[in-house]
Design a protein around this ligand. Structure first.
Ligand SMILES: NC(=O)c1ccc[n+]([C@@H]2O[C@H](COP(=O)([O-])OP(=O)(O)OC[C@H]3O[C@@H](n4cnc5c(N)ncnc54)[C@H](OP(=O)(O)O)[C@@H]3O)[C@@H](O)[C@H]2O)c1
Length: 352
């Protein structure tokens, strides 16, 4: 990694800052870094691994000589700059939804479908921050007992909507405690002391775009195009870490003990499951952790082949920045930083 030049578009954002923090933790021999953002942040100084960097405005000329570009800003920024970066010879790891469902763009969670990086044509997407923890727990179970249907109901923190909503929650909480009414200009609803059953815009079928993303992305990553899935995505007044109640129906019954063993053996997953002693995953424990935490593993009382899980992960780390850095590591380990060497269709699913 230290021989690469990596550009970070959105370096000043909630995910970008976490990306830089993880980079200094995992790769203390830092790669050559280029910190990019909008014109608003140009000239801002940021320290990474003890070195000071000056943030530059992102322009068409930002990508010459860059090997890997991590984009975490907005779909509009990704759509504008990813093709330019690819034309300059860089591989783009994109954090937004702009390219995720494109046929020629791998959507990757390295522990699940790491080999899919091999057929990239210049752009690799990372999933939505609620999809990643879901596939991390579903994959090791699905390998031994096919999942027929899965329902995930999420409890998503405000950092999932960026740094601005985190600040909003602070201000709304203070105002609410002082008896001052108000709603968030970002979410259009009050997020402090409330839960909001809407993330992103509604679609004609009544689902939100966030829910549709979870459904479609899960199928693509797990290479299960016909898996039955449903989701309800809810914003909660938690700063960091997304949680989900996940109901899984298998082809055959699965004993909770078997599931515990399979999840325990999955890299990047940690079983935290001793409810009698009040031990189960919570957002405050997942914050800052690289692992996806899973607990409350039990039979689903409504179906003989069903299991219920409670899954929590740091949305800024495994949900975004860490997953991106793992993709860069995967590309380097497989010697496929440059595109186009591997035909599509090869199974990229780990353990198959
Ligand atoms: N937060 C999560 O958990 C999460 C998880 C997965 C994916 N994502 C995705 O990651 C992206 C960023 O999320 P975030 O939470 O980090 O948002 P954020 O805190 O609002 O940060 C946005 C970043 O984008 C930069 N930016 C805005 N306009 C730009 C432009 N025209 N050119 C270059 N940079 C520009 C901002 O720079 P300035 O400081 O100059 O404004 C800032 O660095 C979004 O696409 C989001 O969907 C987020």
């Amino acid at each position: 990694m230290k021989d690469l030049t990596i550009a970070v578009v959105g370096a000043t954002g909630a995910v970008g800052v976490e990306f830089l923090r993880i980079m200094e933790q995992r790769h203390p021999d830092l790669p050559c870094l280029k910190l990019l953002a909008s014109s608003r942040s140009a000239g801002k100084r940021m320290t990474v691994g003890g070195k000071e960097f000056v943030v530059e405005e992102t322009t068409d000329g930002s990508f010459n000589g860059v090997d890997v570009v991590f984009i975490s800003a907005s779909s509009a920024v990704s759509l504008k700059y990813a093709p330019i970066a690819v034309a300059c010879g860089a591989v783009v790891i994109d954090d937004g939804s702009a390219f995720r469902m494109e046929d020629n763009v791998p959507l990757v969670v390295p522990e699940v479908n790491g080999a899919d990086v091999e057929w990239h044509e210049g752009i690799i997407s990372i999933p939505n921050c609620s999809t990643t923890p879901l596939v991390m727990v579903a994959h090791p179970l699905n390998r031994v007992n096919t999942i027929v249907r899965m329902v995930a109901d999420t409890y998503q923190s405000v950092s999932g909507a960026g740094g601005a909503l985190m600040e909003d929650l602070r201000e709304q909480s203070r105002n609410h405690l002082d008896g001052i009414a108000g709603s968030s200009p970002l979410s259009n609803q009050r997020v402090a002391f409330n839960v909001i059953p809407q993330i992103d815009r509604f679609q004609p079928d009544g689902y939100t775009f966030e829910e549709q993303k979870m459904i479609q992305e899960t199928r693509k990553i797990m290479h299960c195009p016909s898996m039955a899935l449903s989701a309800t995505c809810v914003r909660v007044p938690v700063y960091v870490s997304h949680s989900a109640a996940v109901h899984i129906e298998f082809e055959r019954p699965m004993h909770p003990e078997e599931a515990r063993g399979l999840l325990d053996a999955m890299p990047g997953v940690k079983v935290v499951d001793d409810p009698d002693r009040g031990i189960y995953p919570m957002p405050c424990d997942a914050e800052g952790s690289d692992d996806v935490l899973v607990g409350r593993i039990r039979r689903d009382a409504s179906h003989p082949n069903g299991l219920v899980l409670w899954v929590v992960a740091d949305n800024l780390r495994k949900g975004a920045a860490l997953n991106s850095i793992q993709i860069a590591e995967e590309l380097e380990a497989r010697s496929c930083l440059k595109p186009g060497l591997m035909p599509r269709g090869k199974s990229g699913i780990a353990g198959r």
